[in-house]
Design a protein around this ligand. Structure first.
Ligand SMILES: *Cc1c(COP(=O)(O)O)cnc(C)c1O
Length: 423
């Protein structure tokens, strides 16, 4: 299997090159040159298989040329090592709970697989890799956990001081080992710009092997498609799946699963006020506007990078996209109302992101599955506002809050950042 830019141009590269390059240099994203098809016999067996076994059937179609079978099997076992339950919320709605990993968010899976792949390719290169991650909260924690204890990789996380939630900060700053947190006196954009300057610094890149764990890396995208096998594994064929979406990595990896042969009826693109894709689905025009801050902040993306992969998956056909993807948008007040009502009606706590996708199903006659992309305990102030009362946080969260924070404070100063990297 080879990979090529979504622009359709540029060289075809191996899985290994696509992972290490992160991005093709023509503004596109890596995409498989063909969509492999699942065998009917395998699809029939899915209800009898473990998720890690399913993953071990699916992922080799993309990367056997670069990772030996037995090693890939060990990797998939380590990546899919926590439960992904399909939980009934009411008579017609189930939640696929993707938040039982170390940082309580679905990104744990992709981040772990990427970390494993980088470590694997790294061992054969025999030099240390420094992974730079700028985070506004969620991704950093998932990436850091994915790389925790991975040999030959050191991770530097930059996050904006005072702008991440208390729990998120604990997740970023209490890991230790090969993970270092830099608390930047600035915004997320400042963090991102420091990272970009480092990647553009030729002298620095001669001295060290820098790498990014960006969400558009193919190794973060591919394993997410496994989520979409779980409904079938649990006996749900041709179901509607509502996906809380921001950068559209998760939803497009679901479309990949469908294109490979997993029977899925349709997807709902569930968005917050940043509704560029729902608007596209209604009008046929893709018109990004400025980013709006919402309480489902992991989805505050105004111009999703994975829109290109969406086009590639459907051969650029607006009609085809429209046939398989339904638009849905919910504003902050309605998100809070949904959290409150779902708690009353079903005794089930939604987080602000999952709430949007739940509402998409609840407001229609559809039976279906929505993806629970994060645990509600990551958003305690919002939960309190929505419910009018404090919520119980799980033991894990309580334990996390008692851990000791370790971080280095830094100004938005590239010189200081560079010295820190070299020292
Ligand atoms: C990242 C994230 C999303 C959006 O996922 P995309 O793949 O960017 O569309 C939704 N919910 C949560 C909790 C997230 O962290």
């Amino acid at each position: 299997m080879k990979f090529i830019s979504t622009t359709g141009q540029g060289p075809e590269v191996s899985f290994r090159e696509a992972v290490l390059n992160n991005l093709p240099n023509d503004g596109g994203l890596y995409f498989p040159t063909e969509i492999p098809q699942l065998e009917q016999g395998f699809i029939k067996e899915i209800p009898k298989m473990q998720l890690s076994e399913i993953a071990f059937e699916v992922l080799p179609k993309f990367c056997t040329a670069d990772i030996r079978t037995n090693e890939l099997e060990e990797i998939t076992e380590r990546v899919f090592d926590f439960p992904i339950p399909l939980v009934q919320v009411n008579v017609k709605i189930h939640c696929l709970e993707l938040f039982h990993g170390p940082t309580y968010a679905f990104k744990d899976i992709g981040a772990k697989f990427l970390a494993e792949c980088l470590a694997h390719f790294n061992v054969s290169e025999n030099k240390e890799t420094t992974v730079l991650v700028a985070t506004s909260g969620d991704t950093g924690g998932a990436v850091a956990n994915g790389f925790l204890g991975v040999e030959g990789v050191r991770v530097i996380i930059l996050y904006p001081k005072g702008k991440v939630s208390a729990l998120q900060e604990k997740q970023l700053t209490t890991l230790g080992q090969n993970i270092t947190a830099l608390e930047v006196e600035g915004t997320f954009d400042d963090c991102q710009s420091l990272v970009k300057q480092a990647f553009a610094d030729a002298q620095l890149n001669k001295e060290m092997h820098l790498s990014s764990a960006n969400s558009i890396n193919i190794a973060r995208w591919l394993p997410q498609s496994l989520f979409y096998y779980v409904p079938l594994q649990q006996g749900f064929e041709d179901v509607t799946i509502a996906v809380p979406s921001g950068n559209y990595g998760n939803l497009t990896s679901g479309v990949l699963a469908m294109k490979m042969g997993v029977p899925i009826k349709e997807f709902v693109a569930a968005s917050n006020a940043n509704d560029v894709v729902p608007r596209y689905l209604r009008s046929g025009n893709y018109e990004p506007e400025g980013t709006i801050q919402t309480i489902a902040n992991a989805m505050d993306v105004s111009d999703p990078s994975n829109f290109q992969r969406l086009l590639s998956l459907f051969g650029g056909s607006y009609q085809e996209i429209k046939n398989h993807l339904k638009p849905f948008t919910l504003d902050d007040d309605a998100i809070k109302q949904t959290i409150r009502e779902c708690h009353h009606e079903n005794d089930y706590l939604l987080d602000p992101h999952g709430a949007i996708a739940y509402a998409a199903l609840h407001n229609s006659d559809e039976e279906g599955v929505f993806l629970g992309t994060a645990h509600y305990c990551k958003f305690l102030p919002t939960m309190k506002e929505a419910l009018g009362q404090e919520v119980n946080i799980s033991d894990f969260a309580k334990e996390l809050m008692t851990r000791k924070k370790r971080s280095f404070e830094m100004k938005v100063d590239y010189k200081q950042f560079k010295e820190f990297l070299i020292s």
